[in-house]
Design a protein around this ligand. Sequence first.
Ligand code: F6R
Length: 611
Amino acid sequence: MCGIVGAIAERQVSAILVEGLKRLEYRGYDSAGVAVYTDAGQLQRCRRTGKVVELEQALQAEPLVGRLGIAHTRWATHGAPSEANAHPHFSSTDLAVVHNGIIENHESLRGELQALGYVFSSQTDTETIVHLLHHLLKSHADLADALKAAVRQLHGAYGLAVISAAQPDRLLAARSGSPLVIGLGLGENFLASDPLALRQVTDRFIYLEEGDIAEIRRDSLQIWDAQGQAVLRDMVQYHEQAEAADKGEYRHYMLKEIHEQPKVVQRTLEDRLAADHVLTQAFGPQAGELFGRVRNVQIVACGTSYHAGLVARYWLEALTGVPCQVEVASEFRYRQVAVQPDALFVTISQSGETADTLAALRNAKDAGYLASLAICNVGTSSLVRESDLTLLTRAGPEIGVASTKAFTTQLVGLLLLTLAIGRARGSLPAAVEADAVQALRGLPGLLKQALDMDGQIEKVAEAFAEKHHSLFLGRGEQYPVAMEGALKLKEISYIHAEAYPAGELKHGPLALVDSDMPVVTVAPNNELLEKLKSNLQEVRARGGQLIVFADRDAQLENGEGTRVINMPHSHALLAPILYTVPLQLLSYHVAVLKGTDVDQPRNLAKSVTVE
Ligand code: F6R
């Protein structure tokens, strides 16, 4: 999704801005641009469609030399990806704006501004902001005052960075619905939509809150809240190494992140397990008392995180007896929901900034839920800051657009939640919890065994590379695992993939099956195995090509049209986490064979901060 970087310094800023944009590349974008207030006293910009490296080359050919600047990677919402639509947008030659988010009333604003004589050079909603600000500067001499007046007229979501040739000693920022963070330096300050963009220049950050406006100068900072009151916001210092900075020995971030899973799962479990039970306080000081009162769980999330929620429903209902509903956030947020008594509202998100999930949480605030809990990978995210309880998944920065280690650590977090709720309510026998805790301790080792199967899976991928469609089957809690496998494949290889509960096959999708249709199945050795085997026979009888990831004791054999890959034996509760790994590897290898852009697949963004 769109990225913002800004800088005001004694030194030249172009290289810092471009480096920041490169660090945000993983979020997905289709054009990039930079505007600098040059040492010659002019605002100048450079914009390019395509990758940041093209912008960088253009800047090498014609440098923008200055000490104040803003930069942007754009993921098209209003208007096609083109140089004219790329940010920064100018009004006249003295005002430049970059914007993340969507301005919903841009059409009416555009009409009003055109009536005032403003000429638009793009189809973007952003251009209305820069002209509106330009117009308001006629009645508000100070840039911050004009920006405060401008945002009062904007409906929608925005993270904004503004510079002006008339007031070149400041960089302005405004946040509503789209995250912004200020990076603090010595005699220089920075702005970005994600601190990752600024880790090369600082480790000290101030997060803007909803409605904040900031005036950032080289050696001072002023922030006003939504009511216009001057406020001080806390500074956060990062100590941990930026571990995502490079791909190391791996060809792609996605492969690196798949292989990091044993380590990050281990980290997610650290300090959270006692000898025979889950430490409920890991969710927050009030968690024990609140979990004891839970009579219902509502999970809301998007994409891969939604799939994690679907697995959790099986665990929660089976182990705690608590009814659980799971819904995608973009549906939940616009629905009149009948809230159950004593329902815990759970959001799941890698980024913690997904617009729909965040909106659902905000709606839930006044809806009568017992409490809100975020299972999230980013401790400083809006979702975490706005939830009553939190469990951080500690997967580390995930750069590949296709989510991998975030998903498995979410599943670990959700299993911990299930066990914690079960014990707090007294509905989970102590022996069952102790057994699950012991199994969890062995999970990193089990995942390593699954990763060792990489070579075999790479061979299986060859059967896929020429195909156009595929089916993924699972039963029980493996059905959402199949959904996640299908999502991974379509995201990065662009092969059409559908997931079905295996028992549903004969109610329609079986009509699709022929020798051109690979059918991927996850088959742990559980009580549904025999039923699953019958479903597989139905596929074979129609010539379907089966690829089965099966427990080594499942007694499924290779044969004509059937490729069985034996999986290590696992505790039933861990099977959804274990069986996810070969599906991730399968998608990865198919995408590599097809030559797609694995880490930044077409049309997708990492952090979806617009609805
Ligand atoms: C798929 C993927 C997306 C995200 C979804 C939610 O690989 O990455 O489907 O899972 O956009 O994002 P978060 O988890 O950041 O809320």
